[in-house]
Design a protein around this ligand. Sequence first.
Ligand code: ZN
Ligand code: ZN
Length: 113
Amino acid sequence: MVSYSEKLRDPRWQKKRLEIFNRDNWECQKCGEKEKELHIHHKEYIYGLEPWEYSDKLIITYCAECHKKTHSEKMCCDKTYRGLVRKRFYRELKNKLNLPPYEDLWKFCKKIR
Ligand SMILES: [Zn+2]
Ligand SMILES: [Zn+2]
């Protein structure tokens, strides 16, 4: 079984994230920062989709700081995972992606770049 963090080391994801950085001119799409560490943020998580299979519209370049802010505002993981739990996908997804317990999802979400 391949965990989510292992998947993010997949060459297909590495290629995808470079494409996105390039598309976004290697700058944060929130504050325009160029010097800071850049992350890839998934605007939405879709059940069953590999990280590199996302449409480019759903992934965006943020600097480390804006990325952190986005997640502390719980715009991404909270909404998405509550949705998943409601849809009873969580258990299945947990087995598939080696997800941490629900309480740790915020931390998990931070790891997704
Ligand atoms: Zn930023
Ligand atoms: Zn994110």
